[in-house]
Design a protein around this ligand. Structure first.
Ligand SMILES: O=C(O)CCC(=O)C(=O)O
Length: 261
């Protein structure tokens, strides 16, 4: 793991001490503008893939249902795209960016691989999700299994279905429903992850979070680069899906992150 991280440019100071403390305490960390130079191209490619796949879009996520992998969340009114690893070389940045990998290394104690790389468009009038974690069950603070990163393809605004999180909830060892509240309702402590397109927000996937309703007339697009422990079952079985051209174009360090080396 250390060799792969070094090869991909991750150092002990890739995240500052303040960034690590913020992530530990709040369960999320915005990394502003870190892919601003690529956001337009990635957004255009996502739209093309959504058009090419049509009704079939997201089939890889549905296929993982019932296999013991993370349950595919019913998400009416959202376009889901699966397996972006193999759909365009441009998406490699989402699992090789040193700042993102440094955050994963911090939360998952230098023991992680990609679980899945998906797109999600919250369509106008839709996108509200119950508060949830991307892990079934309660875990003791610090014993984290999964960590996510949200790649903002569009600006995330108050109106367009920005993701909400409940800061610090990853340290409670509790589920959103434990306090008897309706997980679909607004939580008194929730904050919206607002930011400019080109920003990545890391969130410890044990932090309670969920999409909000998009009240604009434009889709709100994001990519989720989701990571789990190396021994964990990935949401997308990278070994099954990896195409020959993906093997050919990625270096060994990137293949290690995908666990296809
Ligand atoms: O795209 C978002 O706003 C968050 C999506 C999410 O949390 C999920 O699909 O599990």
């Amino acid at each position: 793991m250390n060799q792969a991280l070094t090869a991909l440019g991750v150092r002990d100071d890739t995240l500052s001490p303040n960034e690590k403390v913020f992530l530990d305490e709040h369960g999320y960390l915005p990394l502003e503008g870190i892919f601003a130079d690529q956001v337009e191209a990635l957004g255009a490619r996502l739209v093309e893939i959504a058009e090419e796949e049509g009704e079939r879009a997201g089939w890889e996520l549905r296929a993982s249902e019932g296999t013991g992998r993370v349950r595919f969340r019913k998400d009416p009114g959202a376009v889901r795209l699966g397996d972006l690893v193999n759909k365009d070389p441009a998406f490699a940045v989402c699992f090789t960016h040193p700042r993102v990998l440094a955050a994963m290394a911090h939360v998952l104690r230098r023991d992680f691989k990609l679980s899945s790389l998906n797109g999600r468009f919250a369509l106008p009038g839709h996108g509200l999700q119950p508060l949830h974690m991307d892990w079934r069950g309660r875990v003791a603070p610090g014993a984290y299994h999964v960590c996510n990163s949200l790649w903002l393809i569009d600006d995330f605004t108050e109106a367009n279905g920005a993701t909400r999180v409940v800061p610090g909830s990853h340290r409670t060892g509790r589920l959103p429903e434990d306090d008897g509240a309706d997980p679909s309702a607004a939580h008194p402590d929730e904050v919206l992850l607002l930011g400019r397109a080109g920003t990545v927000v890391i969130f410890n996937a044990h932090t309670w979070h969920g999409g909000t309703r998009n009240r604009t007339d434009q889709p709100r697009r994001a990519v989720h680069a989701y990571f789990c422990r190396r021994q964990g079952t990935p949401q997308t079985d990278q070994r099954r899906y990896a195409r020959p051209e993906t093997y050919a174009r990625l270096n060994d360090a990137a293949k290690f992150i995908l666990d296809i080396l």
